[in-house]
Design a protein around this ligand. Structure first.
Ligand SMILES: Cc1cc2nc3c(=O)[nH]c(=O)nc-3n(C[C@H](O)[C@H](O)[C@H](O)COP(=O)(O)OP(=O)(O)OC[C@H]3O[C@@H](n4cnc5c(N)ncnc54)[C@H](O)[C@@H]3O)c2cc1C
Length: 520
């Protein structure tokens, strides 16, 4: 007999798969031995009642074996080295999954990436933290795996209608991610595990006959009579193909400028900007779990906050329990912060972006910049943070309680941000329509999470790269740019996704659109 059932377990029971059959058998009042096979389907922490539980849903086979057990082994593909070439610019989640989908459909991806491979990239990332030197082609956003490699690796997305999430997760598992991501309600990989997974994806692409070039920044898109012909890198090297998937991410500002200079349409879109807040993890655990210290079998507690303030959403973004804050600038002269954590989420800090939704109408005073108005706002705030920090990668910071009172902090608490923090008046550095809403939201958040608004917590500027302020418009059916045949704007930089999984799904969709158009 096959049965699907959800039960509540203690955190300790949930942490030990060898005891799962016994826990399910106990609820069903049967002998554990009668459960011949247990397939876990979903796992989530339930902290609503005084005793925190873990809810586990599973498919059970009682007194019988399943006909088939799904195994997550790496697929082997036919050789595509002599098949129709398709250029993929950018090796982020969108570009990599576009390449894998092309291979699956018998086309040959040629990936061109401005940054270095994951291993070489590590050195540049260390340099930002230690020497405050930002390599404009190799940093937290640029390089193999894109912004997804040294990211937090949370794989949660609300864009379930845009593609098959479980296929993306299964691909990651077959390249080294833990199977846990298939069942957790908020799956997470961690920065320590991501580089090896990205390297394994690269190997699959190369083994199938795809090509990958690093250290090649594309500086021109070749177009003739409204059709794409290929791309050219900054040293004049040309790559030709009938189709180009442009998956360059939201920080490739030079790509937006290139498209604009060639007269290709761009559109302003909503985005969000604000700060990154950091609390002691123990404080967040005690608010969320009502336990201090937390049960050793429970993960570091997350939170999710949203409040409408004066007609705009103010919300937590990319929350990293047990994480650290990192410098995510893509060139010198800017301070940008973001967050990440290791797979064990064991740092003593909890950080999250706290950002304000910005609509194009909020920045009408920048209308002379046309579709670049949002980008100009990002630039101005990032530059102001850089100047406030002493013109290096330290970040301007303020205790939350000082920010809401509008005073510069005399001292700052310990913080995970490696390049260092300096006291600065973020309430003055941020534009008034952002600072004012954040001040109000922090007070409101304290009503939702008692103790959130505290002098123990610090905010850092600026969290400006939440999503792209620009969209590269594409035809809804063919996914091609509205005026260039064969050019497929893709992923977060094109304005069609946000986050690792939705970007990967958009890569799959663009590659399928290419296949539909050219394989015939
Ligand atoms: C620190 C950090 C933590 C994050 N944590 C999470 C998280 O936990 N969960 C989540 O879902 N998302 C997270 N994100 C966001 C996530 O990484 C992005 O949403 C995702 O990577 C976007 O994918 P993409 O492929 O569209 O673009 P990107 O990942 O930005 O990739 C674009 C690629 O294009 C390359 N490129 C740019 N210009 C050129 C050019 N001219 N020529 C050649 N190549 C070029 C870049 O080098 C880059 O590799 C995080 C981001 C950061 C920075």
């Amino acid at each position: 007999m096959r049965k699907e059932i959800e039960i509540a377990m203690t955190p300790k029971q949930a942490a030990d798969p060898s005891g799962w059959k016994t826990a399910f058998a106990h609820v069903l009042r049967i002998q554990p031995g009668r459960i011949k096979y247990l397939n876990p389907l979903q796992r989530s922490v339930d902290a609503r009642s005084s005793k925190v539980k873990v809810r586990m849903k599973a498919e059970l086979f009682i007194d019988e074996q399943p006909i088939e057990v799904r195994k997550f082994i790496r697929k082997s593909y036919n050789d595509v080295s002599r098949k129709i070439p398709v250029i993929v610019v950018g090796a982020g989640p969108a570009g990599l999954f576009a390449a894998l989908t092309l291979i699956e459909n018998g086309m040959k991806p040629i990936i061109i990436e401005r940054g270095k491979d994951v291993k070489a990239r590590k050195f540049d990332i260390a340099q930002i933290n230690r020497e405050h030197i930002v390599n404009p082609d190799s940093n937290y956003c640029f390089g193999e795996g894109g912004a997804g490699t040294y990211s937090d690796g949370k794989l949660y997305t609300r864009s379930s209608k845009r593609g098959n999430i479980s296929e993306i997760l299964a691909m990651l598992v077959s390249h080294g991610a833990e199977e846990d991501i298939l069942i957790d309600s908020h799956p997470h990989i961690g920065t320590d595990k991501l580089p090896a997974i990205i390297a394994a994806l690269r190997q699959t692409i190369l083994d199938a006959g795809g090509e990958i070039y690093f250290n090649k920044r594309i500086s021109d898109i070749l177009i003739q009579n409204g059709k794409v012909k290929g791309v050219e890198d900054k040293n004049g090297e040309r790559f030709e193909a009938q189709a180009v998937i442009l998956a360059t991410g939201h920080s490739a500002r030079d790509i937006y400028e290139l498209l604009h200079s060639k007269g290709l349409a761009l559109e302003a879109k909503s985005f969000a900007l604000g700060v990154r807040a950091e609390h002691p993890q123990a404080l967040i655990d005690s608010i969320q779990y009502r336990q201090s210290p937390r049960d050793i079998y429970l993960p570091a507690a997350p939170y999710s906050l949203v409040k409408q303030v004066e007609g705009r959403g103010v919300f937590s973004f990319c929350m990293c329990p047990g994480g650290i804050i990192v410098p995510a600038a893509t060139e010198s002269g800017q301070v940008v912060v973001n967050g990440m954590s290791n797979s064990r989420r064991n740092s003593p800090y909890a950080n999250s972006g706290i950002v304000v939704q910005i609509d194009p109408s909020d920045i009408a005073y920048l209308s002379e910049y046309g579709p670049f108005a949002g980008l100009e706002l990002q630039r101005r705030v990032e530059d102001a943070c850089w100047r406030a920090s002493g013109m290096n990668q330290s970040a301007p910071a303020q205790r939350i309680s000082d920010f809401t009172r509008g005073v510069t902090s005399a001292t700052l608490p310990e913080c995970s941000y490696n390049p260092g923090i300096v006291p600065a008046p973020l309430h003055e550095i941020l534009p008034p329509f952002v600072a004012g809403r954040l001040q109000e939201a922090f007070l409101q958040f304290d009503k939702m999470m008692k103790g959130y608004h505290t002098s123990e917590a610090v905010i850092l500027g600026t969290e400006s790269r939440t999503s792209s302020p620009i969209r590269i418009p594409r035809n809804a059916d063919t996914l091609e740019h509205i005026s260039v045949a064969g050019l497929f704007p893709c992923g977060e930089g094109a304005g069609y996704s946000g986050g690792i999984v939705s970007s990967a799904m958009d890569g799959v969709s663009c590659a399928q659109a290419v296949v539909k158009k050219y394989r015939k």
